[in-house]
Write a protein that binds this ligand. Structure first.
Ligand code: CA2
Length: 143
């Protein structure tokens, strides 16, 4: 079984800026934690980040037939991107939306997600644990 983790804009800055919101853990450290859990569960993962909406769309399109499930922290594109929503819907892969922070406890513009309606479920507010829970959800919901 193969799970693709995709990370959206600015998540490459994790651990370097705004630690009061996003914590001190870097994206590379999150990847290590996800890889450790995936190895225990016998799952292969791929972990990517891009600041570009089009790159994320390409990766989602290409995932079909290669991966069984998608775990997506679309970052700010969560709240703006019809392109990502359409890509998730068209790929047909079970997709888990995740967020480090509890988006509903933050600014109002973060309360709306354009991608939630085409995802299997949403995990938000558990920091690094959101990624680990995302992996478990992906395994349970794999195609
Ligand atoms: O809580 C999350 O995981 C978010 O997806 C993070 C996004 C935000 O736009 C979403 O509303 C919720 C922001 C990611 C930016 O990450 C940074 C990390 C360090 C410094 C600055 C930004």
């Amino acid at each position: 079984m193969r799970v693709l983790f995709l990370n959206g804009p600015n998540l490459n800055l994790l651990g370097q800026r705004e630690p009061h919101i996003y914590g001190k853990t870097t994206l590379a450290e999150i990847e290590t934690r996800v890889r450790e859990l995936a190895a225990k569960m016998g799952v292969e993962i791929e972990f990517r980040q891009s600041n570009c909406e089009g790159q994320l769309v390409d990766w989602i399109q290409e995932a079909r037939g290669i991966f069984d499930s998608l775990v997506l922290n679309a970052a700010a594109y969560t709240h703006t991107s019809i392109a990502l929503r359409d890509a998730i819907a068209s790929t047909g892969l079970p997709t888990i939306e995740i967020h480090l922070s509890n988006v509903h406890a933050r600014e109002e513009f973060r309360h709306r997600s354009l991608i939630s309606p085409v995802c299997r479920g949403v995990i938000s507010g558990f920091g690094v644990m959101s990624y680990l829970l995302g992996l478990e959800a992906a395994i349970v919901n794999a195609s």
